[in-house]
Design a protein around this ligand. Structure first.
Ligand SMILES: NC(=O)c1ccc[n+]([C@@H]2O[C@H](COP(=O)([O-])OP(=O)(O)OC[C@H]3O[C@@H](n4cnc5c(N)ncnc54)[C@H](O)[C@@H]3O)[C@@H](O)[C@H]2O)c1
Length: 349
């Protein structure tokens, strides 16, 4: 097991290791506390019984709220469901919510914990690679409101995060690849050794997670409420968000769109190689560069003809740049030409 401390206020630990779900009672303070496990239907099928058994063995009273799976259910109705379950189980100030699931469950449960009784403890037990590498770390919680993604929410740090890579065994290959985009992003913005690891013949998931989590933790510590450096985590996201919303979140998963977005934003040929190795797309051949430019023009970060953009000059070296609009257009043009070259090279292989 590796423990990474997140030095925010209040600080908390991220424990990473296979089999850690069983060790939850050692890692989290549970005496005289009731637990409300929040999960979704898919995760409940695979992993809720194991969590319940661990809590039973430790003599901890517990109940659960099982939500519908997927982004469509990430709304205030889901938060209400958690409140109803908390009310029914008499969950009070000193008690604990355990979020057992992917980013959707983590964001809903984190927000419910931040607001129930004006805030109770929350332990994140992420079950997707995206939630391990990204959403369970950093204290952002919330739900969607109408067409506003994460429109309602709060910064609220968990008490602890328990990352057990064996929970990923039941994840679909597509969702496993989806989370790897954020890991690769962490490598490119801050840790070239993580990229070496991802290119090695059979890297351990535990080691990958430790390096990836250290990158996010280090940035979150510098900027817990997203006022400065945390923007570095948005590498690939300006294009990624535009692509996701263009298809109304139906064609690409978040990590897939970010993968395409990173390739658009950074000409390093290592990037598409690593992404493809981990089963991620590197372009959307059906998306015309002119359409893409139009989409970016609508992006909220466009201020007086410049765009706040994350540049990676070389793996591990990233910075925030106010980029002139003409440069954004040139960047998309260069990326389209590079994609054409890659397609040609692949066809002649
Ligand atoms: N809070 C943050 O900082 C932050 C950061 C990034 C993303 N997010 C949010 O995360 C969400 C996406 O998270 P996600 O990609 O984990 O999606 P998700 O939670 O919808 O999980 C993806 C799918 O996998 C299933 N699943 C989860 N764990 C499983 C397991 N171990 N075995 C089998 N199936 C499993 C889920 O039921 C779901 O169908 C978005 O809502 C996004 O806004 C939040």
């Amino acid at each position: 097991m590796t423990t990474v401390r997140v030095g925010v206020d209040p600080p908390y630990d991220i424990h990473i290791g296979k089999g850690l779900l069983e060790r939850l009672p050692e890692l989290v303070r549970l005496e005289k506390r009731r637990v409300l496990a929040v999960t979704d239907r898919n995760v409940a099928r695979y992993h809720l019984a194991a969590l319940a058994a661990v809590l039973d063995k430790a003599g901890v009273p517990h109940s659960s709220a099982v939500l519908p799976a997927g982004e469509a259910g990430k709304d205030l109705a889901a938060v209400r469901k958690v409140y109803e379950a908390a009310h029914a189980a008499n969950i009070g100030r000193g008690d604990l919510i355990v979020a057992l699931g992917g980013g959707v469950v983590g964001d809903i449960a984190g927000f419910a914990a931040a607001t129930w009784c004006r805030g109770i403890g929350c332990v994140q037990v992420p079950t997707t690679l995206l939630s391990m590498a990204d959403s369970s770390v950093g204290g952002k919680t919330g739900v969607d409101f109408r067409d506003r993604k994460n429109g309602v929410g709060a910064f609220s740090q968990p008490e602890a995060v328990i990352m057990d890579p064996s929970l990923l065994d039941t994840l679909s290959p597509r969702h496993a690849a989806n989370g790897m985009a954020e890991v690769i992003k962490h490598g490119f913005i801050a840790d070239p050794a993580l990229l070496d690891l991802l290119e090695s013949p059979s890297p351990s998931m535990e080691e990958i997670l430790v390096r990836s989590v250290r990158v996010k933790t280090e940035i979150v510590q510098r900027d817990p409420t997203e006022k400065g450096d945390r923007a570095l985590l948005n590498f690939g996201h300006t294009f990624g968000h535009a692509i996701e919303s263009h298809y109304r979140y139906k064609k690409w998963l978040h990590g897939e769109a970010v993968a395409i977005g990173m390739v658009l934003a950074c000409p390093d040929p290592r990037l598409p190689r690593v992404l493809e190795r981990w089963g991620l797309p590197v372009e959307d051949p059906r998306l015309d560069p002119a359409v893409l430019i139009g989409l970016i023009g609508k992006d909220k970060k466009l201020i007086r003809g410049t765009l706040r953009f994350i540049r990676v000059d070389e793996p591990g070296k990233s910075r925030i740049e106010e980029m002139a609009w003409a440069e954004v257009e040139a960047m998309v043009g260069r990326a389209a030409a590079a994609a054409q070259e890659r397609r040609k090279a692949a066809a002649t292989k």
